[in-house]
Design a protein around this ligand. Structure first.
Ligand SMILES: C[S@@+](CC[C@H](N)C(=O)[O-])C[C@H]1O[C@@H](n2cnc3c(N)ncnc32)[C@H](O)[C@@H]1O
Length: 381
């Protein structure tokens, strides 16, 4: 795999004060306060779960289970955990762009508290996604169900803002079927799992497949993706592979070293828009020309002109066809008749704007309809 200059040009927007593609070492609440407001497209957060594990957990063969016993996962009580959650979620809200979104992953220990605080801070929940683990750790003591899933909450900063959701990419990723909110994926294993002295280097390293889906669904190449609990840098690794910019924040130096090495070793495939933002053109809703009449943006009898300065004109009929002298057909057929070659009518026909008398493309009217439909869909969501 090769690096190329195109990938660099998309990775580093020129006018930014952001520490792009870097790991900031320290407390995320303090460091988020140093970043410009409204500058981040997407946040993925995998915060401490507050598992409250006090005792070592062992398998039936007496080997130790790599649970989360680290100091960073300890809080005195729920009130302390809530206060921490409120402060980092508020700090994230400040740096998110108005149309930005945030994903937070958690387990039954913390996700309900996180969800309530997200809502208290006026984030608008878009989805709750269940990550079902194909290979969960069994409940060795046999006293409860095997804990086989985690929950991801996806929320937008401002209710109603036009956030990124790559619906077609998700559908394509799911063999042409709409992607559902239950994701069946294995936990991080094999070569992907970072190890030191044979032991997992981090107790909660997330699988790259999970981040791949999150980033592909809710960001575009060149976007800035921030992870305030970077750990081993899974978010950065996938962001680099998918040509997104990333910023990681992590308190523990030992993890930041691992993350940096991991990300440096990645050599992404050269950037090509078609490869990394493939669904973009198809995201446009198809709008038949007749819808402009139904919406009252054009009237039956009105004249359309062929080209911005062209002399030929046709009359619009009530059923959305055009009449040019004796010829009648769709905007495309009449354009073809005039050009003598296949034509996209949206690119050729102009109406006269009553406000100012200038010719404007009928495509601008289609855009008005699209925007209206998007706004309508958002209010229904
Ligand atoms: C659940 S782990 C994230 C694991 C990560 N998603 C991965 O795939 O490796 C949470 C991480 O947050 C870090 N952390 C905890 N509190 C923090 C804080 N206040 N600021 C920055 N990092 C923090 C911990 O050191 C830990 O690595």
């Amino acid at each position: 795999m090769r690096r190329n200059s195109l990938s660099l040009s998309i990775m580093v927007p020129m006018s930014t004060n952001l520490p792009l593609n870097q790991i900031l070492v320290g407390d995320c609440v303090e460091l988020l306060a140093t970043l410009p407001a409204a500058s981040i497209n997407l946040i993925f957060a995998d915060p401490p779960y507050n598992l409250q594990l006090r005792n070592e957990l062992r398998r039936p063969n007496n080997t130790r289970v790599r649970g989360v016993q680290e100091a960073w996962d300890r809080f005195d009580d729920f009130a302390a955990y809530d206060e921490f959650t409120r402060s980092w979620l508020a700090a994230c809200c400040r740096v998110l762009k108005p149309n930005g979104t945030i994903w937070v992953i958690g387990s039954y220990h913390n996700i309900h508290r996180v969800g309530a605080i997200l809502q208290d801070l006026n984030y608008w929940l878009l989805n709750s996604v269940v990550w079902i683990k194909t290979n969960p750790t069994p409940n060795f003591r046999g006293v409860r169900f095997t804990n086989a899933h985690e929950t991801l909450l996806w929320a937008q900063k401002e209710k109603g803002a036009p956030y990124t959701f790559n619906h077609h990419a998700m559908k394509a990723l799911n063999d042409g079927k709409q992607m559902r909110s239950d994701w069946l994926l294995p936990v991080s294993f094999g070569a992907e799992r970072l190890r030191t002295n044979g032991e997992a280097a981090h107790p909660t390293q997330k699988p790259e497949a999970l981040l791949y889906r999150v980033l592909l669904a809710s960001s575009h190449p060149g976007d800035v993706v921030l992870d305030p609990f970077f750990g081993t840098g899974t978010t950065g690794a996938v962001a680099k592979r998918l040509h997104r910019n990333w910023i990681g924040i992590e308190r523990e130096k030992s993890y930041t070293k691992l993350a940096r090495r991991r990300i440096d070793e990645i050599e992404p495939v050269s950037y090509e828009p078609e490869l990394f933002d493939p669904a973009e053109p198809r995201q446009q809703e198809r709008i038949p020309f007749g819808h402009l009449l139904e919406a009252g943006l054009l009237e039956p009898g009105q004249r359309l002109y062929f080209g911005e300065n062209g002399k030929a004109s046709a009359r619009v009929l009530a059923d959305g066809s055009l009449k040019l002298n004796g010829f009648r057909g769709s905007i495309h057929q009449v354009a073809k008749e005039l050009l003598g070659a296949p034509a996209n009518g949206w690119q050729h026909w102009y109406y006269v704007d009553p406000d100012g008398g200038r010719r404007r493309s009928i495509d601008s009217l289609r855009q008005i309809l699209r925007e209206g439909m998007k706004a309508d869909a958002r209010t229904k969501d």
